[in-house]
Design a protein around this ligand. Structure first.
Ligand SMILES: NC(=O)c1ccc[n+]([C@@H]2O[C@H](COP(=O)([O-])OP(=O)(O)OC[C@H]3O[C@@H](n4cnc5c(N)ncnc54)[C@H](OP(=O)(O)O)[C@@H]3O)[C@@H](O)[C@H]2O)c1
Length: 419
C-alpha cells in the first residue's frame, strides 16, 4: 500500500507510470503531475480499467519549489519520483525535504541556464579541480546528504538504465563475481532504427548536451578528458551485431569511482550511426546546440530549444523504431587470486516495448528501472536515510525485479574485451 507522486509525463515517465500500474498491489495510489496536465489526463485515460491503482492528476511547475511543496502536502505521498528533467532535481529535492518525503530521480542535476554567473563560477572551479567539463556532476545533489540523513529521508539518484542499472551491475559484479574489480567498461548500444535521418531517443536538449560534451574517463583515480567523439571502437553486440561506439563522459563514472574500491579504469561507450554524428556536428558548427539565448526578429530564443521544437518528439518514435538495444558492463579483476573477466547486460527489443506499452526501448529501459527503484524504496528493501546512487544498495532484489518486469540480465564469463 503506497501513495506515489510522479513529476513529469514525458517518454520515460509514461513507461514508469504504466509499469507502476502493473504492480498495483504496491503502487496503490498514484498522482501524475506535470507542467502540461493534458498529457497526465491522457495517460490516466489510457490506463482506465487496466489497473487497480487509483490515479489522480495535477498541474505543477517543478521549477517552483513552493508549488511542489503545496502539492506534496496536499497529496501526502510516500515517495516523489522525479521523472521531469535534470533541471528540476534541486527544487524537487528541496521540496521533499521541506515536506518530509522520500525522493528519487533518473538523471543528475544540471542547470537549464549555463550562463548563470553564480552557477558558472562554481562550475569552472569544479572543472579545474576535478578535470572534466560536462555541465552535470553529482556535487550539487551530494551536498544534500546530511540534510536527508538528518530528516530520516532517502534520496535515490539516477535510477534509470545508465545511470541506474549499470551501477547495480557493478554492485552485483562486486558482490558475486570479484574480490577486486580493476576495470569497468560500460557499453550502451542502441541498434534501433526509427527511419529519420536525425532524431534523439530522449529529451533532445538533454541528449544533445550530453553527447556533444568532451569525453572523459577515469584512469588510476583521475579524470582524463578528450575531445568529443575522439575515441572510437567497434564492438560486436549480442542481439545487435557490429556497431561503432564512442567514448563519452557519463554520470555514473563519477559515483562508481567513489564506490567501487580499488577500481583503476572506468570508461563509458555509446554507439552512434554516421548520420547522427554528421547531423550533430553540423548543428553544433552552426550554433544550433547553444544554450545561450540570442535575439531573433525581436524575440529572444535559445537555439537548442528551437531545435527541440523542430525534431520529432522522442515519445513518438515508438511505432517506427525497429531493432534492439544492448546495455551492460564488462569487468576485469580478480577472484581468489585469479584474473577473470565478466560481462552482464540486457537486450531489449524496440517493437516489443511498443507492443507492451506504446513506447520505444530507450524510454522503456529507463522507465522500468525507475519503477523497480521505487519498488525497492516502497517495500523497504532499499532503506537508508541519506542521498545514494544505485550501487550503494543491495543489487540482488533490484536485478530480480528487473528480470521479472521486463529487463532480464544476460551474462558472459568470456566476453570480448574493449581495447
Ligand atoms: N538514466 C537513464 O538511463 C536515462 C535515460 C534517458 C533519459 N533519462 C532522464 O529521464 C528524464 C525524462 O526524460 P524524457 O525523455 O522522458 O523527457 P521528456 O519526454 O522531455 O519529458 C519530460 C517531462 O517533464 C516535464 N517537465 C519539464 N519541465 C517541467 C517543470 N518545470 N515542471 C513540471 N514538469 C516538467 C515535461 O512536461 P511538458 O510536457 O510540459 O514539457 C515532460 O512531461 C530526464 O531527466 C532524462 O535525462 C535518464
Amino acid at each position: 500500500m503506497s501513495r506515489v507522486l510522479v513529476i513529469g509525463c514525458g517518454g520515460v515517465a509514461q513507461v514508469a507510470i504504466q509499469k507502476c500500474c502493473q504492480v498495483d498491489e504496491v503502487f496503490t495510489e498514484l498522482c501524475i503531475a506535470s507542467r502540461t496536465v493534458s498529457k497526465c489526463e491522457a495517460l490516466k485515460e489510457k490506463l482506465a480499467g487496466k489497473t487497480k491503482t487509483v490515479i489522480t492528476t495535477a498541474k505543477v511547475d517543478a521549477d517552483n519549489k513552493d508549488e511542489v511543496v503545496a502539492l506534496i502536502k496536499a497529496y501526502k505521498p510516500d515517495l516523489v519520483m522525479n521523472i521531469a528533467l535534470p533541471y528540476q532535481d534541486l527544487t524537487i529535492m528541496d521540496a521533499c525535504l521541506e515536506a518530509g518525503v522520500n525522493y528519487m530521480d533518473t538523471a543528475n542535476y544540471e542547470p537549464e541556464d549555463t550562463d548563470d554567473p553564480t552557477w558558472r563560477a562554481i562550475y569552472e572551479k569544479r572543472c579545474e579541480e576535478k578535470g572534466f567539463s560536462a555541465y552535470f556532476d553529482y556535487s550539487w545533489q551530494w551536498a544534500y546528504r546530511e540534510r536527508f540523513e538528518k530528516a530520516g529521508l532517502t534520496a535515490l539518484l539516477g535510477c534509470g538504465f545508465d545511470p541506474g542499472v549499470t551501477q547495480a551491475y557493478c554492485a552485483y559484479a562486486q558482490k558475486h563475481e570479484f574480490d577486486t574489480i580493476d576495470t569497468i567498461d560500460i557499453l550502451d548500444c542502441n541498434g534501433g532504427d526509427h527511419g529519420y535521418k536525425f532524431a534523439t531517443n530522449f529529451n533532445p536538449e538533454v541528449n544533445l548536451r550530453e553527447v556533444s560534451a568532451p569525453g572523459s574517463y577515469i584512469e588510476n583515480g583521475r579524470w582524463v578528458e578528450i575531445p568529443a567523439m575522439s575515441i572510437k571502437r567497434e564492438y560486436d553486440f549480442d542481439g545487435v551485431g557490429r556497431k561503432d561506439m564512442y567514448l563519452l563522459h557519463h554520470e555514473e563514472i563519477e559515483s562508481l569511482n567513489e564506490n567501487i574500491p580499488g577500481v583503476k579504469k572506468i570508461r563509458f561507450f555509446m554507439t552512434f550511426g554516421q548520420s547522427y554524428l554528421d547531423h550533430m556536428r553540423c548543428l553544433e558548427d552552426v550554433g544550433m546546440l547553444s544554450t545561450s539565448p540570442i535575439m531573433f526578429e525581436g524575440k529572444e530564443i535559445v537555439p537548442i530549444k528551437f531545435l527541440k521544437a523542430l525534431l520529432p518528439d522522442p515519445a513518438s518514435l515508438g511505432p517506427r523504431t525497429v531493432g534492439k538495444t544492448n546495455i551492460g558492463c564488462i569487468f576485469t579483476g580478480k577472484k581468489n587470486g585469479e584474473e577473470k573477466t565478466y560481462y552482464i547486460y540486457n537486450i531489449c527489443d524496440h517493437q516489443e516495448c511498443y507492443k507492451e506499452l506504446g513506447s520505444q526501448a530507450i524510454s522503456y529501459t529507463t522507465g522500468v528501472p525507475a519503477m523497480c527503484g521505487a519498488l525497492m524504496l516502497l517495500t523497504g528493501q532499499w532503506n537508508k536515510p541519506g542521498v545514494y546512487t544505485v550501487e550503494e544498495f543491495d543489487p540482488d532484489p533490484f536485478l530480480a525485479a528487473l528480470d521479472r518486469y521486463g529487463l532480464p540480465k544476460k551474462e558472459s564469463h568470456a566476453p570480448v574485451l574493449v581495447d
